[in-house]
Design a protein around this ligand. Sequence first.
Ligand SMILES: [Mn+2]
Length: 200
Amino acid sequence: MKPRTATIERVTGETNITVQLNLDGTGQVNVKTGYNFLDHMVTLFGWFGFFDLTIAVSTKPEQQPDDHHTVEDVAIALGQAVRQAVGDMEWGNVQGIARYGAFTAVMDEALVLVAVDVYTRGLAVVDLPSVRPTIGDISTEMITHWFDAFARESKTALHVKYLAGENQHHIFESAFKSFGKAMEQATRLEPRLAQQAPGK
Ligand SMILES: [Mn+2]
């Protein structure tokens, strides 16, 4: 079977991003975006998805008026990598994957449900409270924007639904752990669809 890996080199006027992804990994993750909180969240996605993931971002300071460009562009590049690794889909051929995933990871008092459909349409419905304007070195509004950009570029219909929690770090951590688990479930190869698996 063809390995389900992807490498995205994305250079814009604002950022220079390299993403390497293996959907059939063991959770080997090395994420360096220049934003520690984003590194923490994307690392959780990789660990709990059992994806091998390397992300390297280089930008010139003058290109960074705030966190917006990098946070958004990391989501775009990772979304493109997931789509490239899974493969293109059409009616009757989902490249052998389970397609659907849903998970609600407990993070102390916080609970966030993430449900995904990895198919041909990219949209996100994100319900996440901003308890405060910033968290660590990023603005909390960018997390919703992150899921929007990822969903669009990976052609994933994605719901992020806040269920409980007061602590902003716990809420976002539950969201990204749930996201990793839900994407792991959805991108798993379904043995009963083995004839559709890439390279078959
Ligand atoms: Mn944490």
